[in-house]
Design a binder for this molecule. Structure first.
Ligand SMILES: [Zn+2]
Length: 306
């Protein structure tokens, strides 16, 4: 009888233990307790960014996810399974072409502005000299004519003013042509930008099967950081958010590029996936940490994370 009771009791304890264990694992256990290890694998040189620079930007992107936790959610490890690659194709080629066009256009605008300034200065002095010349001619005419030496000087001045007028006309023509070309180029660039507005381009991709993040295109380093932050979010298991300002929104939209921060929606997704608030089982944590620490490729030390 007693033996049966004890057997029953042990069974019940085990059953409750199993149920609680399952409940803890599903709802309370901090799923993101062990940092995701990543490394930068291939960076196409045409992106004009080094592997180290990409690693630094990824580090910042990963740190931004840590905003609400004391743990590192991501850690760099050359032997990691999660690889980050920058693959250059038509997408970045188009961005580079556009950036180049903008640069060329900006340069030609500077050249035109400088030329226009030079033209304005020459025109001003021409108008002043012409008016002084006319004034002097009028003065001598009212006196009945100029003496021969003055007449000779005035003739020379007249020829000089005339040649300056010819140069100014030529400059004005060139300036008009340059301005026209600039405006045409600006219009076609604007058209190009407008056309691209309606095209959705995949900038980055997290592939859970191959456990890789592939970046295809970005306009600048801030944009790269945001795209990496988004893909790292997917690697944590997060899905897409609805708010256009959220990091996990499916498009690069109204997020703060300069200072990308998690919105309450991003934090909710993170909490839902990771259960970051529940860390109330120090013994279990300790066991998990010790186990992790013993694996050779682990980067953080046991003592630092207590
Ligand atoms: Zn996505």
């Amino acid at each position: 009888m007693m033996k049966k009771f004890i057997t029953c009791l042990i069974f019940l304890i085990m059953l409750f233990g199993a149920i609680f264990g399952l409940y803890y694992y599903l709802f309370l256990y901090n799923n993101c307790h062990v940092p995701i290890k990543y490394s930068v694998d291939n960076v196409d040189s045409r992106f004009k960014i080094t592997k180290n620079e990409v690693a630094e930007i990824t580090l910042m992107a990963g740190t931004n996810w840590n905003a609400r936790t004391s743990d590192n959610l991501f850690v760099y490890d050359e032997n990691s399974n999660l690889k980050i690659n920058l693959v250059y194709d038509r997408r970045q080629e188009e961005v580079d072409k556009m950036n180049n066009d903008v640069k060329t256009l900006t340069n030609s605008r500077t050249t035109i502005d400088n030329f226009a300034q030079e033209y304005d200065a020459l025109l001003t002095s021409y108008v002043q000299d012409l008016s002084a010349y006319n004034q002097e001619v009028d003065d001598w005419s009212s006196k009945g004519g100029a003496p021969p030496d003055v007449y000779a000087r005035l003739q020379k001045e007249k020829a000089d003013i005339e040649s300056r007028r010819v140069i100014l006309i030529d400059m004005a023509r060139t300036l008009n042509l340059q301005t026209q070309t600039f405006n045409n180029n600006l219009d076609s660039l604007k058209n190009e930008v407008d056309k691209r507005k309606n095209i959705i381009v995949t900038q980055g991709l997290y592939d859970s099967t191959s456990n890789s993040i592939t970046i295809y295109t970005f306009g600048n380093e801030d944009e790269l950081k945001l795209v990496l932050m988004h893909e790292l979010g997917h690697s944590l298991g997060l899905g897409h958010a609805q708010n256009m300002t959220s990091i996990m929104f499916e498009l690069l939209d109204q997020q703060d590029l300069k200072n990308p921060t998690l919105t309450s929606e991003d934090i909710a997704l993170l909490q839902n996936q990771c259960h970051l608030n529940y860390r109330s089982f120090p013994i279990l944590d300790r066991l998990i940490k010790r186990f992790e620490f013993d694996t050779p490729s682990h980067h953080y030390s046991f003592s630092q994370n207590q």
